[in-house]
Write a protein that binds this ligand. Structure first.
Ligand code: SF4
Length: 360
C-alpha cells in the first residue's frame, strides 16, 4: 500500500478499499453467495471453498513469511460457511502478529447469537453491506431464490430487524454501495442508513461498471451532499466515522496483498474474482498454499497490476472506473481537513473533561 512520507500518503489519500499501510491477507473463503447483487462481478459457480486447515495454513504463512498484519475474510459470502469463519477468527486471535480481522458480509448469515459471539472478538471489524432505503437495497441486492414471485430471503428486512444489536456492536461498519441506477439517491440512502443507526461508513461507488454522464453527475452531487451532511455532523459533535478517510490502494476496488483464492491458489490481488477478468487468474497466480511465493514474487506481481488492468478492461469501463474513483477521492480530500478539525476539538474537550479523546 502507500509508501513514502506521511505527506505523500495524505496527498495520495484516495478513499478506495485498502489498508492503513499494513500488509493484508485476503482470504476468499468461498465464491458462493446467497445473493445476486446487480453490480457484483464475482464468478460464483464451479469453485471449491477453502477448508479450516487451509485457512490456518494461510494465516500461519502470512505471519511467518510476511510478518502479519490484517486478515480480511471475503467471498462470495463468508457466513455461508460459519465454521470457516470461526477457524479464521480462532487462528487470527491466537497469533499476535494479526492486527485486525475484517469480516465482510451481506448480513443474511447474521443472527442474534452470532452477533453476540462476534461482539466478543477483540480484533474483529464487521463490515455489513446495506445500500440504503428498502426499495434501492432490494433493487440492487437481489436474492438468489424467488419462489412464486416472493423472495425467500429479504436482506433488507433481515438486517433491519438486527439493527438494535448491530448498533451496539463494538466495530461494525456499513458499506453503502452506490450503483449507477441509485446514484441520484446516494445522499438519501446515506441519510436513511444514518437514521437506522449506522455511524461507521464505507462508501463504495460501483467500480468496473458502465456509468452514463448524467449518472456520474448524480454521483458527484450525491457525494457533495453526503460531504455536507458529514461536516455538519462533525461540527455538531456527532459520532460519524468514514473508513474511506483511512484507506489507500494502488488499484480501484480490488484488494492487494497476499490473496488466497477459494481453490488455495495465491495471487497479489483478487482481480481474478471478476468474470470479465478471470483470464488474469493465470497471470496473477504466484503460487499456492502448497507452494507459497516469496515476498519478492508477490510484490513484483502487484507492481504489474495497473498495466494488466489497463490491457484487460475495456476503455469505456476503465474511464467510468477512473471517474467514480476520482469522485470518491475528491470527497475524501474535501472531508479530511474537517475530520482533523473535529478530532482536535474532541480531543481538546476530552482533555478539558479529563477523559481520553478518540477517533471520529
Ligand atoms: S453479497 Fe457480495 S458476493 Fe454476494 S452477490 Fe452481493 S456483492 Fe456479490
Amino acid at each position: 500500500m502507500g509508501s513514502g512520507s506521511p505527506g505523500d500518503a495524505r496527498r495520495r489519500r484516495t478513499g478506495r478499499s485498502g489498508g492503513r499501510g499494513r500488509s493484508s491477507l485476503i482470504l476468499t473463503i468461498t465464491r458462493e453467495c446467497d445473493l445476486r447483487c446487480s453490480y457484483c462481478p464475482t464468478v460464483k459457480e464451479g469453485w471449491p471453498s477453502l477448508d479450516p486447515a487451509q485457512i490456518e495454513r494461510a494465516i500461519a504463512l502470512f505471519c511467518d513469511r510476511f510478518g502479519g498484519g490484517d486478515v480480511k475474510l471475503f467471498g462470495g459470502e463468508p457466513l455461508l460457511f460459519p465454521a470457516l469463519v470461526d477457524a479464521a477468527l480462532e487462528a487470527a486471535q491466537r497469533d499476535p502478529r494479526v492486527h485486525r480481522i475484517y469480516l465482510s458480509t451481506n448480513g443474511l448469515g447474521l443472527d442474534e447469537a452470532r452477533l453476540e459471539r462476534l461482539a466478543r472478538e477483540p480484533k474483529l471489524v464487521l463490515t455489513v453491506s446495506m445500500d440504503g432505503e428498502p426499495a434501492d437495497h432490494r433493487r440492487l441486492r437481489r436474492p438468489l431464490n424467488v419462489v412464486d414471485g416472493e423472495t425467500t430471503r429479504d436482506a433488507y428486512a433481515h438486517l433491519r430487524a438486527l439493527m438494535p444489536t448491530l448498533r451496539r456492536m463494538p466495530r461494525a461498519v456499513v458499506t453503502q454501495t452506490i450503483a449507477p441506477a441509485t446514484a441520484a439517491r446516494a445522499a438519501r440512502n446515506f441519510a436513511h442508513l444514518r437514521q437506522l443507526g449506522w455511524w461507521r461508513f464505507n462508501l463504495l461507488p460501483g467500480y468496473y461498471l458502465p456509468w452514463r454522464a448524467e449518472q456520474l453527475a448524480d454521483l458527484r452531487e450525491g457525494f457533495a451532499e453526503i460531504g455536507r451532511d458529514i461536516r455538519r455532523a462533525w461540527a455538531e459533535g456527532e459520532r460519524l466515522y468514514v473508513r474511506n478517510l483511512f484507506t489507500l490502494a494502488p488499484t480501484p476496488f480490488f484488494n492487494v496483498g497476499m490473496v488466497v483464492d477459494s481453490d488455495g491458489s495465491i495471487h497479489a490481488s483478487n482481480v481474478g474474482l471478476a468474470s470479465s477478468m478471470s483470464e488474469l487468474l493465470d497471470v496473477t497466480r504466484v503460487g499456492s498454499l502448497d507452494d507459497p511465493p516469496s515476498r519478492a514474487a508477490l510484490s513484483a506481481s502487484a507492481a504489474e497490476l495497473p498495466r494488466l488492468l489497463e490491457e484487460t478492461v475495456p476503455a469505456p469501463i476503465l474511464e467510468s472506473t477512473r471517474a467514480v474513483d476520482a469522485a470518491l477521492s475528491a470527497l475524501v480530500r474535501d472531508l479530511y481537513p474537517a475530520y482533523l478539525r473535529a478530532r482536535a476539538r474532541r480531543r481538546a474537550s476530552a482533555v478539558a473533561l479529563g477523559a481520553p479523546g478518540g477517533a471520529a
